[in-house]
Structure formats: structure tokens, C-alpha cells
Design a protein around this ligand. Structure first.
Ligand code: AQP
Length: 330
């Protein structure tokens, strides 16, 4: 039995990018890997690396918990928990900071991108984010970590830190492997298709949020930026807008890009966009219905309590081993 672990930051309402790059893949893997154990958490400490409104943060945390279940994660094989409720993340996060080099953190693309957007100054937590992410993974001896492309660099660093620790202190951590979805590993902004679709984007016109009005979603897809070529062909470099819509369609339908190209040969963008909008809205509509049930269900807190207990148990045991190996404390 192996551990599969992943998390999402509650920095806003999850987008179609989070769904296709992460959530939908979690469900697919859970259905395929029945022998393995799934640990899925809300990465609320990571959200604090950039300024958050406290009230909004609380509500995003709860929304995300309900969404995890609404997208179809099976609560029977799931340890669902909130990162900040398991204090060992912080302790191991600090230890990972003592292991990681400044140069390694400076190379992280997400840090470089996000620091540009900070008007009030860049927090040191934003810089050390990958050390905490490594701790999140290593604490549970996770073998597999399903993530979208943008998180792969951080995952590589977690692998490096696991190896570095094992080399210095003896075998302690499993070196984790990232799992990207076959399609949808990077969904881009509908208005700016060379840029990643981000849930905390300033301009929401190019982002589809899982909890937004379905008509609004349709409109956003229909007004997605494309090109003048008029041909439904995958070419990320020269046709980033249409290629992004094709990626969305492929990830939603399970079709290959080549099949989509054949299916829509000779069709116009209008017809294709209509089909993309329909397939997206149909799936999101189902998620929104289930979300309404979970967000009002007392079972949500019960699952979070059980998840916290289980995660704390595993994390506590692991930390005892780590303290012993590193020699701090009594
Ligand atoms: N556009 C995307 N396409 C595919 N996958 C994506 N992910 C995020 N955006 C896309 C994947 O979703 C998971 C959640 O990531 P996160 O919330 O922990 O951090 P993030 O990658 O920084 O996500 P956002 O939505 O871009 O949040 P903000 O705006 O707060 O930075 C990860 O597996 C990620 O790969």
C-alpha cells in the first residue's frame, strides 16, 4: 500500500485549471489505485504567503473542503484534513528550511512570478514556500503526488530535499514522484492564453471558477481569445487560445487531441466554442449540485475531524523519528 498525497491553497474559488490539473486527476487516481491510501489537504498555511482577508480565507477553506468531495473523491478511502490543524507541518517545514539552499529557492519560477505582483513587499514565507511544501509531502511518506505542471518544480525540490536528508541522516524519507494528468496539466487564461489560469488572478474574465454562474461560464468560453486562422488545430506556439480550448475539451471528454482535430475539421470556432462550453458547464453543474449538499452537511466536519486525527497520528510518529535522527531536543 502506497500513500498518494496532494493539496490545494484556499486562495480563492478553485478554477477549471485546478480542476483539470489537480482535482479531476485525484478522483481518477482514487478510482484506479484502490489499494493505495489518499491524503488530501487544504494548504491554508501556503495561502498565507501572500496577504489574505481573514474572513474570505475561512470561507475559502470550507468551500475547498466541500469541493474536494463534490468533485467525487470517495470519503471512504480519504484522509481529508486542513494543513494548519496538524502542527507538525510547521516543524518539518522549518527543518526543510535548514536543509534547502537560498540558490535553490531563488530559482523557483512561482516565487519569481508572485514576487512581481506583491505591492506591500514580499514575505519571506513566499520565498520559503517550497520548503513547507516538501514537509507536507515527506511527513506522510507519500510516494505519489498528483499535481499540475506548475507545481512540478516544487516537487523536484522536495525530491532533492528528501535525498539530501537521507544522505545526511540515514534513510528516513520516501523520495516522492509527481503524477501529472494526461491532459490539462496546464490550463491557460482564456483572455491571455500564454498565461496560466490562476484562482487569485486580478482579472477574472479569463478564469472559470467552479462555483460561478453557469451562464457566465458559457459566456467566458464563447468570448475566449483565439486567432484569425479559423482552423481547429493544436499549435500552442502560434494558436495558444484554440490549443487551450482543445486541451480543455480533451481533458473533459477523454478524447485525444488528434481525434478532436478530425472531429472538428472544417468547423468554425463558434461551433467548437459552443461544444467546449457545453461539456464544461455540464460537468460543473453536477459538481455545483453536490457542492451544495456537502457544504450544508454536518458530515463535512465529521470527516475533517477524522482526517485531522489520522493525519496527526501519522505526522507525530514521523516527527519522532526525524527528531531522533537530527538530534535536536532531549
Ligand atoms: N492553470 C492550471 N492548469 C493546470 N493545473 C493547475 N493548477 C493550478 N493552476 C492550474 C494545479 O492545481 C493545484 C492547486 O495548486 P495550488 O492552489 O496549491 O497552487 P497554484 O498552483 O499556485 O494554484 P493557483 O490556482 O494558480 O493559485 P494562486 O492563484 O493562489 O497561485 C496544483 O496541483 C496545481 O498544479
Amino acid at each position: 500500500m502506497k500513500i498518494v498525497l496532494s493539496g490545494i491553497k484556499p486562495t480563492g474559488i478553485p478554477t477549471l485549471g485546478n480542476y483539470l490539473g489537480a482535482l479531476k486527476n485525484f478522483v481518477k487516481l482514487q478510482n484506479e489505485m484502490k489499494e493505495d491510501e489518499f491524503f488530501i489537504f487544504v494548504a491554508d498555511l501556503h495561502a498565507l504567503t501572500v496577504p489574505q482577508d481573514p474572513k474570505e480565507l475561512r470561507s475559502h477553506i470550507r468551500n475547498l473542503c466541500a469541493l474536494y468531495l463534490a468533485v467525487g473523491l470517495n470519503p471512504e478511502n480519504l484522509t481529508l484534513f486542513i494543513q494548519s490543524e496538524v502542527k507538525e507541518h510547521v516543524e518539518l517545514g522549518y527543518l526543510m528550511q535548514s536543509l534547502v539552499y537560498m540558490g535553490e529557492l531563488e530559482r523557483m519560477t512561482q516565487y519569481k512570478d508572485k514576487k512581481q505582483k506583491q505591492v506591500e513587499g514580499v514575505s519571506s514565507a513566499l520565498f520559503t514556500y517550497p520548503a513547507l511544501m516538501a514537509a507536507d509531502i515527506l511527513l506522510y511518506d507519500a510516494t505519489y503526488v498528483p499535481v499540475g505542471r506548475d507545481q512540478m518544480q516544487h516537487l523536484e525540490l522536495a525530491r532533492t530535499l528528501a535525498e539530501r536528508f537521507n544522505h545526511r541522516f540515514g534513510d528516513t524519507f520516501i523520495v516522492p514522484q509527481g503524477i501529472e494528468p494526461k491532459q490539462g496539466t496546464k490550463i491557460t487564461d482564456l483572455q491571455n492564453p500564454t498565461k496560466k489560469m490562476d484562482k487569485s488572478a486580478e482579472n477574472d474574465k479569463g478564469c472559470i471558477y467552479l462555483l460561478e454562474d453557469l451562464n457566465k461560464i458559457k459566456k467566458k468560453i464563447k468570448s475566449a481569445v483565439t486567432d484569425l486562422d479559423g482552423c481547429i488545430r493544436f499549435d500552442k506556439e502560434n494558436k495558444p487560445g484554440i490549443s487551450n480550448l482543445m486541451t480543455i475539451y480533451a481533458a473533459m471528454s477523454g478524447m485525444e487531441i488528434k481525434e478532436i482535430e478530425s472531429k472538428y475539421q472544417g468547423c468554425g470556432y463558434k461551433e467548437f466554442k459552443e461544444d467546449v462550453a457545453n461539456i464544461v458547464v455540464q460537468e460543473i453543474e453536477g459538481i455545483q449540485k453536490k457542492y451544495q449538499e456537502w457544504i450544508h452537511s454536518p458530515q463535512l466536519d465529521e470527516l475533517l475531524d477524522q482526517g485531522r486525527e489520522k493525519a496527526q497520528h501519522v505526522a507525530c510518529k514521523k516527527m519522532e523519528v526525524i527528531r531522533q535522527k537530527m538530534g535536536y531536543g532531549r
